[in-house]
Design a protein around this ligand. Sequence first.
Ligand SMILES: NC(=O)c1ccc[n+]([C@@H]2O[C@H](COP(=O)([O-])OP(=O)(O)OC[C@H]3O[C@@H](n4cnc5c(N)ncnc54)[C@H](OP(=O)(O)O)[C@@H]3O)[C@@H](O)[C@H]2O)c1
Length: 257
Amino acid sequence: LKVILIGSGNVATHLGSALMRSKHTIVQVFSRSESAAKKLSRKLKCGYTTDVLSISSKADLYIIALRDEAIEIFLSQFPVTGKPIVHTSGSVSMNVFKKKFKDFGVFYPVQTFSMNREVNFKTVPICLEAGNELTKKKIQALAKSISSSCHFIDSKQRKQIHLAAVFANNFSNHLLVIAENIMAHQNISFDLLRPLILETAMKVQAKSPQDMQTGPAMRGDLAIIREHLKMLEGKPGFKKIYRLISESIAEKNGIRF
Ligand SMILES: NC(=O)c1ccc[n+]([C@@H]2O[C@H](COP(=O)([O-])OP(=O)(O)OC[C@H]3O[C@@H](n4cnc5c(N)ncnc54)[C@H](OP(=O)(O)O)[C@@H]3O)[C@@H](O)[C@H]2O)c1
């Protein structure tokens, strides 16, 4: 397909590269920032523009990979209404297209993307939604060409997947930031925790996380919990999180302190 990418951030970069590897043609990149648009266009060997009105009308599909809040504003300014268009958001409803477009859908990759970090797109689940049969066929074929895990999911369920993903990735990563902070305070290398972090992620590839829970809250070990809370005296934010998650673990497992 001939694709135009709207946005030049994490998703536009990774998705654009995956599409290029699968022999699709990226015709043009749009971004409000000239330097970002230029950089991505070089990587994807295509043209770029920073002007909404100069976005080419000669593509088979337009993929919007903008920040969630920017999608609706962009659509209100975008003049090419007669071509299939999708966004990549986990939380923005497909209805955002309804007023102005005929062929529309959603192309949400369930993965965490960061610049300068390669991702194997073949294993990335892609949640698809389409407003009509024609778009359905088009985006399904596109998704299948870059990933072996494609699923049709409606807007309501996609929002739930995004919510779960925030817990699974964003919150767990923040907890690692806290762990890193505690280690750094003692001048101990974070490397010491890396095998533990890896095993935590590996275990749940084959088992339910519910069956893999360990730790003082799971054991109902109140003495250790009290000691940890005391150690976090000077860090009220961390202490709050420790208490909240310990209570959640205990409650989920029927443990009483
Ligand atoms: N990152 C992930 O792991 C991930 C995974 C799945 C889905 N998604 C979804 O994919 C979409 C893009 O996410 P991302 O991670 O690629 O975001 P990102 O790296 O922050 O990039 C967002 C893009 O939107 C542009 N932008 C932001 N505000 C804008 C505005 N007001 N007007 C015009 N352009 C604006 C940015 O331009 P500037 O550089 O000029 O700010 C940038 O090109 C989002 O809907 C997100 O929910 C993200």
